[in-house]
Write a protein that binds this ligand. Structure first.
Ligand code: NAD
Length: 469
């Protein structure tokens, strides 16, 4: 059975979306998705599907993004596999009611928090990690016992088509469906009443999603982006720092990742040394002609290519390039590019870059970086490289971001005991590990009482004597 919502191949419209939700609501009401067995079998299906089609997934990612195979396997296939395995291992435990203490007022009593599925949920995904970002929330939604509609990104069409085909073959299609499409199809889906909407993408569309959800009082998780800064202090091992910044920037889809380092802040003294180490490490990794490197993704499409070249070619910015800057519009390639001392009012410093350009801002004293970071919107991630305990503490205490990493970039994503999500403009809600299960569960409060200890004070008449007790 096909996973795509419309087997006649036509794009979904409001009427078809309405009947899809009604169908899934019927399946959810039958209770099938609530059982441990169903959840386990669907998670196993996802795992099997990922194992069986590793090469097809890598091929789709190559077609959509020119993504190097190692990146596809490490950051999409293996991470999804780990999510499935963790959910399978912990599912019993996650589903168990959590006993909690009660208060004197209810004595004698016991209480627990019961996790129940929300119902029928919509997951709208983005193009940059199109396999992982589509299916990682699905893992949480299934583990929590929901019926799911997944809408992958049309900007990664090969992966979107593969997801529709594979989920059709490996999943229970009475409760899990894929709807492919772009704005019109997503709009038709958003008109419907869902029990949760989980959206990954930019904040402009995040607002559209939230406004549509508000009409039905549907809760949302918004996984958005932002300008994730990296502060580099003096006295650190610059080679390791640069390598970890490079791998978080260019080694993550050529900078097209939500937690990629967006810009660096360092002191005026350190900046020239930092640039030198970047130059030598980048050449070691990607060679003298990075446009020819097989280890860099391409820019996803010509719209994004044009957007990025506009940032680079702005008059006040174009003379600030200290490394890279080469581009090839025919192959949609832009080389790793470093810019030094770009003006704060430039375009590049006022929107999320989401590509291979890395500006370095310089300050007299490192403390000025907190002001720079905190004067902008709250980022999805913030990074600092330092050996100084006080500087670390100050950073953790004073910088607000979805997540922080000290002395590395991006790998907090792989720690399933940490929630992954934004704050302010970088989003709301979080997932990964148990947080994914919780994101798709209602935490039902249950208090158990017996017929003992029936305190008369609660009952009228409210006499003065009762007041003085
Ligand atoms: P995108 O263009 O793929 O859009 C995301 C989804 O929104 C798609 O499924 C698309 O069909 C839908 N969409 C687009 N326009 C719409 C509209 N007008 N109405 C309804 N739906 C619409 O992805 P993008 O937004 O370019 O993704 C990049 C952004 O996402 C960056 O800001 C990045 O930081 C952020 N991001 C965040 C995370 C995270 O986990 N927090 C992960 C990846 C990307």
């Amino acid at each position: 059975m096909a996973g795509a919502a419309r087997e006649d191949g036509k794009p979904i419209d409001s009427k078809a979306a309405l009947s899809l939700v009604a169908e899934l609501r019927g399946a959810f009401a039958s209770g099938t998705t609530r059982s441990y067995q169903w959840r386990e079998s669907q998670l196993r299906g996802l795992l099997r599907m990922t194992d069986d089609h590793e090469q097809d997934i890598a091929a789709a990612l190559r077609s959509d993004l020119g993504k190097p195979e190692l990146e596809s396997i490490l950051y999409e296939v293996a991470m999804l596999r780990n999510s499935c395995k963790l959910a399978l291992k912990e599912l019993h435990h996650w589903m168990m009611p959590e006993k909690v203490k009660t208060s004197l007022t209810t004595f004698p009593s016991s209480a627990e928090i019961v996790s129940e599925p929300l119902g029928v949920v919509l997951i709208i995904s983005a193009w940059n990690y199109p396999y992982l970002l589509s299916l990682d929330p699905v893992v949480g939604a299934i583990a929590a016992g929901n019926a799911v509609v997944l809408k992958p990104s049309e900007i990664a069409p090969a992966t979107s088509a593969l997801l529709a085909k594979l989920l059709g073959e490996y999943m229970d299609n009475s409760s899990i469906r894929v709807v492919e499409g772009a704005v019109a199809e997503t709009t038709a889906l958003l008109e419907q009443k869902w029990d949760k909407i989980f959206y990954t993408g930019n904040g402009k569309v995040g607002r559209i999603v939230m406004a549509a959800a508000a009409k039905h009082l549907t809760p949302v998780v918004l996984e958005l982006g932002g300008k994730s800064p990296v502060v580099v202090d003096s006295g650190v091992n610059l080679q390791i720092a640069c390598r970890r910044i490079i791998v978080g920037k260019w080694g993550c889809n050529n900078g097209q990742a939500c937690i990629s380092p967006d810009y660096i802040i360092t002191t005026k003294d350190l900046a020239p040394k930092l640039v030198d180490v970047f130059k030598s490490e980048l050449e070691t990794f990607y060679g003298k002609n990075p446009l020819e490197s097989k280890d860099l993704s391409r820019i996803v499409n010509s719209n994004h290519f044009t957007r990025l070249t506009k940032l680079l070619d702005e008059d006040k910015v174009s003379n600030k390039v200290v490394y890279g800057g080469e581009r090839d519009p025919t192959k949609l390639q832009i080389a790793p590019t470093i810019l030094l001392d770009v003006p704060r009012d430039s375009l590049i410093m006022n929107e999320e870059i989401f590509g291979p350009l890395l500006p370095i801002l310089t300050v007299d004293k490192l403390e000025e970086s907190y002001h720079i970071i905190n004067s902008g919107s709250k980022p999805l991630a913030a990074y600092i490289f330092t050996n100084d305990k006080k500087v670390k503490e100050h950073f953790v205490k004073n910088v607000s971001a979805g997540g922080l990493v000290v002395n590395d970039t991006t790998i907090h994503l792989a720690v399933h005991t940490l929630p992954f999500g934004g704050v302010g403009e970088s989003g709301m809600g979080a997932y990964h590990g148990k947080f994914s299960f919780d994101a798709f569960s209602h935490k039902k409060a249950v208090l158990y009482r017996s017929f003992m200890g029936d305190a008369a004070i609660r009952y009228p008449p409210y006499t003065d004597g009762k007041l003085r007790l």
